[in-house]
Design a protein around this ligand. Structure first.
Ligand SMILES: O=C(O)C(=O)C[C@]1(C(=O)O)C=C[C@@H](O)C=C1
Length: 376
């Protein structure tokens, strides 16, 4: 058997050839890009790539290596596309993104809509972002808040998108796809729930607990330890507090904020019933204009992918090759297409950055549909 040193020398020689061939290949890819710039052709050619992968597999003698060769070529073509998009970007043919850059958000004399009633966490988030004196009003559902923005009845909506312990607020993700509204800001609100009941009632007496499903989820451990408490979902934590007052029953309580308890004249029976001591909710600020601020640092997009092996991997390569830091990925089922998914990705960057334009161009060509949800 050959010594390791010898085998390594052999590998070094093979690798030197691969490197030379790689350089030759990339040089030709650069020429392909020049041709495409001149002739207005798209960088990504799915049919050609599929043919290439099939042809490469055919040329492999040892069947055990077929898969590896295909993976290698998929990667080579992905790197080739990155180089080509870079060239397109340098030649100014990447086209403008349909978003207008602004110095800062105009938040003077604006009207804000939030879901819930007086005392809702969304209201607290609104005040945290826009200030105590902001003009806000509430609606019953997140959909109504989105409609108010689309119709121009309000300038901004404040919607919860994610909780640190219960995860994504799925319905809001779906509404972002359905409506032509865009994210322009975000704010993270620490969420400390209390158990609140009628004045004079006691924690031991409580048989029914009202809250938003997310509120119940965030207090699962506490509720598990109090098995006698029946959990009842209502549209909002502040609605839960109001319901307790309306029902006027000392065995009923709400999981809500201390502020909601105060607004509805309830007594706090137990502080901090949330499982996590750092429980917090991220709220997004939504408007109907396609705008982004100069100093915006996060981009949210969503896309659907062709139902085929490796398509997500290829999409994600656009972040890697453009050095963009992806901070979050979520998936949601696509309506009426069982087992197909839409992906929601957050990544760091500004829509005016070359690397971002480059990545979005690539993503747009490869995805079945791509929507930029906002830069904030
Ligand atoms: O043939 C092309 O049109 C190319 O751009 C070259 C190439 C490759 O690297 O082989 C790269 C991107 C296309 O999607 C297909 C193939």
């Amino acid at each position: 058997m050959a010594a390791l040193e010898e085998l390594r020398n052999e590998l070094d020689e093979i690798d030197a050839q691969i490197i030379r061939l790689y350089e030759q290949r990339m040089k030709v890819c650069g020429e392909v890009a020049d041709f495409k710039i001149q002739n207005g052709r798209k960088v990504y050619d799915r049919t050609r790539e599929q043919q290439k992968l099939a042809a490469a597999a055919k040329q492999v003698e040892n069947p055990e290596y077929k898969k590896g060769v295909q993976e290698l070529f998929a990667l080579l073509m992905s790197v080739s596309r990155k180089l080509q998009y870079q060239k397109l970007s340098e030649n100014g043919v990447l086209g403008k993104l349909p978003f207008i850059e602004t110095d800062r958000l105009d938040t003077e004399n604006v009207r804000i809509v939030f879901q819930g009633v007086e005392g809702a966490y969304s209201q607290a988030a609104m005040k945290q972002y826009f200030g105590e004196d902001v003009r806000g009003y509430h609606v019953h559902t997140w959909r109504e808040a989105m409609e108010a923005i689309e119709d121009g009845a309000a300038d901004f909506a404040v919607l919860p998108i994610e909780n640190s312990s219960a995860g994504a607020v799925n319905e809001v993700y779906d509404l972002l796809v359905e409506f032509e509204n865009y994210i322009v800001g975000e704010t993270v609100l620490p969420v400390n729930h209390v158990l609140a009941g009628l004045p004079g009632s006691k924690e031991e007496q409580i048989m029914k607990v009202y809250s938003h499903p997310q509120g119940l989820m965030q207090c699962e451990k506490y509720l598990y330890g109090h098995a006698g408490m029946e959990k009842i979902s209502v549209p909002n934590t502040a609605v839960a507090a109001r319901t307790v007052v309306e029902e006027n029953d000392p065995t009923h309580a709400a999981i809500c904020s201390a502020y909601a308890a105060e607004v509805y004249g309830l007594e706090i029976l137990r502080e901090r019933v949330n499982d996590s001591s750092c429980n917090s909710t991220r709220f997004i600020i939504v408007t109907n204009q396609k705008i982004f601020c100069k100093e915006a640092r996060k981009i949210s997009i969503c896309f659907e992918l062709p139902h085929q092996s490796g398509s997500l991997y290829q999409m994600l390569s656009h972040f890697i090759y453009n050095d963009l830091n992806m901070t979050k990925i979520e998936s949601r089922p696509v309506e009426d297409r069982p087992w197909e998914y839409r992906f929601f990705v957050d990544f760091e960057g500004n829509l005016a950055d070359g690397a971002v334009k480059n990545a979005i161009r690539g993503l747009r060509e490869e995805a079945k549909s791509l929507k930029i949800l906002g830069n904030y």
